[in-house]
Design a protein around this ligand. Structure first.
Ligand code: F6P
Length: 346
């Protein structure tokens, strides 16, 4: 049995832990592994290399992915699906393990419906894939963002400023919520709820009344100003280009918000956009363990013929669910969790 492994979409800490675990468990079963470079692109271009035990030695603690990644969507190419299937046969792959988020796993799901033998491993720092409590990469991103908030806290306090920290999270505010609660944010703004200026100003005023001369506001990149405050409110983007899955590059809501807050309140305000720092570097212990568990389990799924399924974390257990379930709706922040954060917004 030859197992192909690919990593697609945005990289995240813990990918190498998954790759290592797949290779180690495959070898334990007497199977071989083939690394596919740069996501689905590698299958279109025949960019592959053998993965043996030595090629995954010393990678557990490394960020990024030794396989490389891309946002290539084979369904954007003429006969892309056919090419992926035929090229996999030519390369000698018996089963594929695709490690990715909604886009990469969306492709895997379509391929599985043709009978292609693929299992999925859920990856995204955004933690917005359904069916799994956590994706690996998220915990590292949250810890990096929390550390940044801690640092910004001390300078905010010294200068009596409002500080806005923009974190990733295109459609879901999981990083903002977790890093914000952990970092003691005074307000957390997420894509699931429009930003209301009266709420922002209210929190700052309430704090002012009890002698707090600074405020820490965490905002997810996908959060939007309310239409009631700004009729032409829209997502703040870095440019207008779409990727192969139709996503736009977000970034800049913190700058806009800082400008508005300073203008409306007279409080000196600064913005920090954390950006890709959240995706880089060494994974936390949680992500290394979760990635290792997912990788080991994915090989067992191949052995059991559970194609078209994805490894998922439910509570403390690793289970498998149809990839369809994971990619059909996004997992967003619900009110019960927002209500916990709200207790601290004053
Ligand atoms: O999907 C993960 C993610 O990090 C999002 O939070 C972010 O919007 C996007 O990727 C950034 O993508 P890129 O690295 O292609 O700019």
């Amino acid at each position: 049995m030859k197992i192909g492994i690919l990593t697609g979409g945005g990289d995240c800490p813990g990918l190498n832990a998954v790759i290592r675990a797949i290779v180690r468990n495959s070898i334990a079963h007497g199977w071989e592994c083939i690394g596919i470079e740069n996501g689905w692109k590698g299958l279109l271009d025949f960019d592959t290399f053998p993965l043996d035990i030595n090629s995954v030695s010393g990678i557990l603690q490394k960020g990024g992915t030794i396989l490389g990644t891309s946002r290539t969507n084979p369904y954007k190419f003429d006969n892309g699906e056919k090419q992926v299937i035929e090229n996999s046969k030519k390369i000698g792959i018996d089963a594929l393990i695709a490690i990715g988020g909604e886009d990469t796993l969306g492709v895997a799901n379509k391929l599985a419906k043709t009978g292609f033998k693929v299992v999925g491993v859920p990856k995204t720092i955004d933690n917005d894939l359904s069916g799994t409590d956590y994706t690996f990469g998220f915990d590292t991103a949250v810890n990096i963002a929390m550390d940044a908030i801690d640092r910004i806290h001390t300078t905010a306090e010294s200068h009596h400023r409002a500080m806005i920290i923009e974190v990733m999270g295109r459609h879901a505010g999981w990083i903002a919520m977790h890093a914000g609660i952990a970092g003691g944010a005074d307000l957390i703004l997420i894509p699931e709820k429009e930003i209301r200026l009266d709420e922002v100003i209210n929190v700052m005023n309430t704090r002012g009344k009890r002698g707090r001369t600074f405020s820490i506001i965490v905002v997810a990149e996908g959060a939007q100003l309310s239409k009631a405050d700004f009729e032409d409110s829209k997502l703040i983007t870095q440019d207008e280009k779409l990727d192969a899955f139709g996503h736009i590059r977000l970034g800049g809501i913190a700058n806009l918000l800082a400008h508005i807050i300073e203008e409306k309140t007279g409080v000196e305000t600064r913005a920090t956009i954390l950006g890709h720092i959240q995706r880089g570097g060494s994974p936390t212990a949680f992500d290394r363990v979760l990635g290792s568990r997912f990788g080991v389990y994915a090989v067992e799924m191949v052995m059991a013929g559970k194609f078209g399924n994805m490894a998922a974390l439910r509570g403390t257990e690793i289970i498998d669910i149809p990839i369809e379930e994971a990619v059909s709706t996004l997992k967003t922040v619900k009110d019960d969790f927002s209500d916990v954060a709200r207790v601290f917004f004053r």
